[in-house]
Design a protein around this ligand. Structure first.
Ligand SMILES: [Zn+2]
Length: 223
């Protein structure tokens, strides 16, 4: 069992040691105690909500826990180490987090990043391919990531994002913040980053010929 700090946060190092066997890690984290306050205010679950199941430790192996959040590796990774930070409480929007959760959010982001950077991701995805609970699910994302040339490298950057509402692309209405490690060369031209979710208006400038370009950024036009 991973030890907890005074504020109820899991000692991440203890969690990392459990990652040698993700399924074993899940089993051990499920049994961790929660504080009385947590039980009263932070475990309201919605029936049929997948991320309520995850945050309760009944789905994907937990790679991180603190008082308000859990972390898991995404089983449809788009890059090595793609992880999710999920509130224990059924919170729909980032803007609905209470003060304690807001504080614990940044603690969770840091903690999950530490797990990402200290996990053997090749091993993780090889194990994910044979996970019994994923038997019926498509594995193409996992197989693709296993063949990426930068698998095994430390991340060069991160995209941290949350699709906060259906119009933003969300499919499950329980907050889940994406921690996406980025690697040099993972896309042809990364400039603009998440601006590119609206591709037609993502480019910073149009050239005299009318072609979009990202050259010549001004201070007001950074991502
Ligand atoms: Zn939920």
């Amino acid at each position: 069992m991973a030890p907890r700090t005074d504020n109820g946060a899991t000692d991440t190092v203890g969690t990392i040691q459990n990652l040698e066997n993700p399924l074993q890690s899940a089993a051990s984290t499920r049994t961790q105690p929660i504080t009385a306050r947590h039980a009263m205010t932070h475990t309201q679950h919605e029936p049929d909500c997948y991320f309520c199941e995850v945050s309760a430790g009944r789905a994907d192996p937990l790679i991180f826990e603190n008082r308000s959040f859990v972390g898991v590796f995404d089983t449809h990774p788009v890059n090595p180490g793609h992880a999710l930070i999920i509130p224990r409480r059924h919170v729909v929007s980032l803007f609905e987090l209470d003060e304690m959760e807001q504080s614990d959010y940044f603690h969770a982001i840091h903690g999950v990043r530490q797990v990402v950077e200290t996990t053997d991701l090749t091993d993780l995805y090889r194990n994910m391919l044979i996970r019994g609970d994923l038997r019926e699910r498509p594995k193409d994302h996992i197989e693709t990531v296993l063949n990426l040339p930068f698998l095994g490298n430390q991340p060069d950057a991160y995209t941290v994002g949350n699709n906060d509402g259906r119009a933003a692309g969300r499919s499950i209405d329980h907050l889940h913040v994406i921690l996406l490690p980025r690697y040099i060369g993972d896309v042809l031209d990364p400039r603009g980053g998440i601006r590119n979710v609206i591709p037609d208006r993502a480019k910073y400038h149009k050239s005299a010929l009318g072609h979009s370009t990202t050259m010549g950024l001004s201070a007001k036009q950074v991502s």
